[in-house]
Each structure stands twice: as C-alpha cells, then as structure tokens.
Design a protein around this ligand. Structure first.
Ligand SMILES: [Zn+2]
Length: 409
C-alpha cells in the first residue's frame, strides 16, 4: 500500500522525467483513450442569442444546432453520410419507435444505435413520453408511468422513468432525455400544474436511474404550459436536481407561434446560463430564428425531411411548392444561393417532373435540400452571433423571405 511518503517519491520521480517525453506519451494516449467529458462552452452572446460548442466523446455540436429527426434509425430518404454532408452535428432518435421495432435490446446486441444505423456522430434520444401520448392507443397514465398499446401491432408496453433510462442506455444515446408528461394545449391550469409536478418527480427518478455515465448527458425537461409561475417552479425543481442540459418542453403543441414566443421571452432565462437549452419539436425557419433570438441553443423537427417528401421546399425566399405547374419548364435551380446537390445539379423542371412521377429521387433531393437549408440557416446564425450582428441578420432573414419566390419565367 502507498503511504504519503511513497506518493511524494512517485511525484518526485515524475517531475524528474523529461517533460517532452511525458507530454509525448500523453499525446499518444489521447488517441487511444476516448475523451470522457460532456461539456458546453458558451463562446459569444448577442442580445439573448448565444453561440457555443457542446463537446462529447463522439464529436462537437456547434450551437445553435438543428437536429434532423431519424425516427426509425434513419433520416428518411437520406444516407447517414449525406445527412452529415448537410452540416448536421447530431441526430435525434425516437425511443418510442425504436423500443417497439426493432427493440432496444436487439439494437444493443447489434452494437448500439450508432453502429446499427452507421452514424458515428452524437445522437440525442427523446424519452418516449411525448410520442406515447400522441401515437399510442389505450394509454393509462399513473404515478408509476404509462402503459399503452403499440400502434404497430397493438401489443401492451409500459414506460416508466426507469425503463426510459434503460432503453436510452441500451440504444447508446449520447444525450438522454428525462421521461416526462406533456399535456396538449389548451389545458386548464390545474391540469398543467399537476402534470408538471409529476414530471418533476419523474425528473428526479430519471436522474437516479441514469446514474453516473461519463461522456453521456442527461437533460431535464421544463414543463408548465404557458403559465409563467409554473415554468418558474419547474425550472427551480430541475436546477435543484442538476442536469447536463435543460429542455423547454410542452411548446409547439398547438399553441401557435405568438404564444410560444411569449413563453420563450422568459422561460430560457429561468435556466442556467452555462448549460445548453433545447427547444423540443421546433420548427419552421421563422420559429427557429425567433427561438435563437430568445436564447435557445438546440432544436429538432421532422419538418425539413417530411416536407421534402411532400414537395414542400424551404428557400431563402420562403416556401416553394415544387408540384406547382409553374416549375414545369423552369431551367433555374430551386435556390441559387444553395450549394446542395439538388440546387447544384438539377433544374426546377426536373425536380417538378420527378415529384409528379413519384420517383424516389424526388424525396431524396428535396430532403437533402431542405436539410441543407436548415443547416445553412444555423451556420448563418452562429456567424452572426459571433460577429455581433444578429439583429441585422434577423432583419435580413425576414426581408428576404417577404420578397417571396422568384418570378415565373
Ligand atoms: Zn439546395
């Protein structure tokens, strides 16, 4: 056994080593031993808008960040390397879908979600709670958790905070979300209050079940609907438990942009400055810009990929519907300011044709474009915040969109 003197001898001998040799060994070890820290560094603010970097063992996430949604271990119509090429640093996976098919246990046996879907960058998984409430049949909600029937085959399942932590651990998620309940809005204040308090008890149970997992993060989720006092109570409960990041939950559930922004005028300020803030399930480009202006760092939404499959395209000049006959003879690109494959190599006429013909390449190209547009928007915001010109960026963003699509030929 080492006693104090032995320890001094050891440190003495280390100090006597050639410093260059010692640092050389450390340098080599860095490549062998994965960094085990999860951390957030806030690099610049402009008004309430923030830019920074989340560091994880699987790579850095530049914030503000937009997370494409890979519901069933794929971002629909995209190869993972294509998703990375759009500029995405992180994907979102859905616990509810993956636990039902192919199951978390099978994914774990096959080496975890990153290996299974061939995506080596960070993955955030939701807790399953929101989708159980919105998709599953015959739900029964108790203090313990939720029992429900699968939308796939009607089989019975149960998610508790403990089970949600277990599923997200089996998947190998880098950022794990607390299990929470989110009532649809509008709801009366008493219902929102009771639901929020149960979610805070579930947050503590999630924290306890998550345990100590270096390199993996657990985010708490603030609830409280559109009630400022309940948001404050929820934020305080979460801060007491202590999380690696904090989500603003319970928004984008039918309340509309104005009410969402009203809530975001105060909710992010209730959360710790030195931790990432995530707005779940948002949104349209103007929702995203408004959320970043109010201090949000991360967002996710199915919109760019889902719209890509229905012919709805996001451009700097607003939304374009590619199935519209006006594009049939148009040799110009969708968005001449975009460097994605759809805009670089194909005309509006071609994109119109393959959409009308229901060719698979239509969903592939339009999804690629939409994801690239969202990622370019995030990069433009990160640059604007870092350079202290976010207000100018915002003005420009709205003015360019208000111009509308280019004139037909
Ligand atoms: Zn494009």
């Amino acid at each position: 056994m080492l006693n104090r003197l032995d320890f001094q001898d050891l440190t003495g001998s280390v100090a006597g080593w050639d410093a260059k040799f010692f640092l050389g060994i450390l340098g080599k070890l860095r490549h062998l031993v994965p960094m085990t820290k999860f951390s957030y560094s806030l690099n610049a603010t402009d008004g309430k808008a923030r830019t920074g970097v989340i560091s994880t063992p699987r790579g850095e996430i530049r914030t503000p960040a937009f997370m494409p949604v890979g519901t069933a271990a794929t971002v629909k119509a995209m190869m993972p390397e294509s998703v990375a090429a759009t500029g995405a640093d992180i994907l979102l996976g859905n616990t509810y879908h993956l636990m039902l098919r192919p199951t978390a246990e099978r994914i774990e046996r096959l080496g975890g979600l990153h290996k299974f879907m061939n995506w080596q960058k960070p993955i955030l998984t939701d807790s399953g709670g929101f989708q159980v409430m919105s998709l599953a049949g015959l739900r029964k909600l108790t203090e313990e958790g939720v029992t429900f029937s699968s939308h796939i085959d009607g089989s019975k399942h149960k998610i508790t905070p403990e089970r949600s932590m277990e599923i997200q651990r089996l998947l190998g998620s880098d950022i794990v979300m607390c299990f929470d309940e989110c009532p649809a809005l509008p709801a009366d204040k008493k219902r929102i209050e009771e639901s929020m308090r149960m979610s805070m008890r579930w947050a503590q149970r999630s924290r306890d079940a998550f345990g100590d997992r270096p390199g993996h993060a657990l985010f708490g989720i603030m609830q409280g609907g559109l009630e400022e006092d309940l948001r404050g109570e929820s934020a305080e409960a979460l801060r007491d438990i202590e999380f690696d990041g904090y989500a603003v939950g319970g928004l984008a559930v039918g309340e509309g942009q104005e009410k969402m922004f009203n809530c975001l005028d105060y909710a992010p300020d209730m959360l710790p400055v030195d931790k990432p803030r995530y707005l779940m399930g948002v949104g349209k480009p103007d929702d995203i810009v408004g959320a970043v202006a109010r201090g949000i760092d991360m967002m996710d939404c199915v919109l760019p990929s889902r719209s890509g499959r229905t012919g709805q395209v996001f451009t700097r000049k607003g939304v374009v519907n590619i199935k519209n006959a006006r594009h049939a003879d148009d040799p110009r690109p969708l968005d001449e300011a975009c460097a994605c494959p759809a805009c670089s190599n194909y005309s509006r006429a071609y994109l119109h044709h393959v959409f009308r013909s229901q060719e698979m390449i239509s969903g592939m190209l339009l999804t690629w474009h939409n994801l690239r547009y969202f990622q370019d928007l995030m990069q433009d915001m990160r640059d604007a915040i870092a350079e202290g010109r976010f207000a100018e960026f915002e003005r420009n963003f709205h003015e360019t969109r208000a111009q509308g699509d280019i004139e037909p030929l």
